[in-house]
Design a protein around this ligand. Structure first.
Ligand SMILES: NC(=O)c1ccc[n+]([C@@H]2O[C@H](COP(=O)([O-])OP(=O)(O)OC[C@H]3O[C@@H](n4cnc5c(N)ncnc54)[C@H](OP(=O)(O)O)[C@@H]3O)[C@@H](O)[C@H]2O)c1
Length: 347
């Protein structure tokens, strides 16, 4: 019997109704591709944004989802780094429906896939790829931080330099904190008070409440006079302005991961602080950055030093995603990642 090839599918542009399951045929693999039998998939904000704002929905039926964890079901031509049965996580390309996450089997690109040690559950593993790559690529491309490459010491020796991560309880922010620590920085961060202990557990030495009207002056006081780097992992609702204002050094850089709305953020840079747009795409645009970002990921996973996002499994498997997308739209995700266990799906 053939495996259940089922995809939670977008069937119209700007779809307002719940996504439905459709069957598909086993896809052909191109050079450098593997077919992953998904065990768990994770949700990112871009998933509901793609549906609601018709971003990257090339055709219908379409499939969204960028994060998968599972086992290699088949390898394509030229693939030697992976074999059938390997546990993997992958930041999938979403260039066709079959290269997208919210389905039972997904085509992965070997350059965007790493092995997942058995010390991580598939659910934990699924929280990592997209947000982690965004974190790493942004540090490298926007803030010019070269991540330590194995076998270099990880964490690198302390640089005695502060780095601000705005939004440390977000999925991206959680990985920025850990990577900045691995690169030797002293991390300050912001979150709601309910997540302060969590953000500290990721490696931040000070965490401030971003809802406090005095948050910027408190960050400046905690950072001292040498804060020149900030990664704004939220990039909306005033976080860019606040990150820029937090810089205490004579010059600085703030990495932002959402394109600014021109009328709102005509130019967030000041004479002394440069705002630099970045994102996960920098890891595929620049193969050197990609190699470093995925290289250190493998090392951090092997030593179990990367802390996955706290997992919130929404019941129902693939069909549970409709509920999770709604939670995302309502901004009800806090300090955790919404994850779906494929075996929970009722076909
Ligand atoms: N360009 C790219 O490649 C790329 C890639 C990934 C994500 N993104 C974008 O980056 C953003 C974050 O993604 P994500 O997956 O990390 O989101 P997420 O985990 O769903 O974000 C939820 C968290 O954001 C925090 N938060 C919300 N508003 C905040 C603010 N004003 N200041 C500080 N923290 C705030 C909340 O903190 P509390 O609950 O503690 O209040 C919550 O924990 C999204 O807009 C996403 O679309 C872009």
């Amino acid at each position: 019997m053939s495996p259940p090839f089922k995809a939670l599918s977008v069937t119209e542009h700007y779809q307002k109704t719940p996504l439905t399951l459709l069957d598909f045929d086993e896809p052909e693999l191109a050079k450098g591709e593997i077919l992953i039998e998904n065990a768990a998939v994770a949700q990112n904000p871009i998933d509901w944004k793609q549906i609601d704002f018709d971003i990257g929905i090339m055709d219908v039926p379409w499939v969204v989802g960028g994060d998968v964890a599972g086992t290699v079901y088949k390898v394509g031509p030229g693939v030697t780094a992976f074999k059938t049965g390997d546990r993997v996580i992958s930041f999938v390309e979403r260039k066709t429906a079959r290269h997208s996450g919210f389905q039972t089997y997904t085509i992965g690109n070997v350059t965007r896939t790493v092995k997942l040690p058995s010390s991580y559950t598939f659910e934990e593993g699924s929280t990592i790829p997209l947000a982690y790559v965004t974190a790493g690529a942004g540090l490298e491309a926007a803030l010019d931080i070269v991540l330590p490459a194995p076998p270099a010491d990880i964490p690198a020796a302390s640089k005695n330099q502060p780095l601000l991560v705005w939004g440390g309880s977000s999925s991206v922010g959680a990985f920025v904190i850990q990577l900045a620590k691995a690169a030797g920085y002293t991390v300050l961060s912001t979150s709601s008070p309910r997540n302060h202990a969590y953000v500290k557990s990721l490696g931040a030495s000070a965490v401030l409440d971003y809802n406090d009207p005095d948050v910027v002056s408190k960050i400046r006081a905690a950072a001292g006079p040498n804060l020149s780097l900030a990664y704004d992992s939220i990039s909306e609702n005033g976080s860019i302005e606040a990150s820029v204002a937090s810089i205490t050094a004579s010059t600085g850089k703030v990495a932002v991961i959402l394109p600014p709305e021109p009328e709102k953020y005509s130019d967030q840079s000041t004479d002394s602080v440069k705002v630099v747009h970045t994102g996960a795409i920098k890891a595929s645009d620049n193969p050197l950055i990609g190699q470093r970002v995925y290289g250190i990921l493998s090392a951090l996973l092997e030593t179990h030093t990367l802390i996955a996002n706290p997992v919130k499994v929404i019941p129902g498997g693939l069909l549970g995603i409709n509920e999770g997308l709604q939670l995302g739209r309502e901004y009800k995700v806090s300090g955790e990642k919404l994850v779906y266990t494929i075996a929970d799906s009722k076909f």
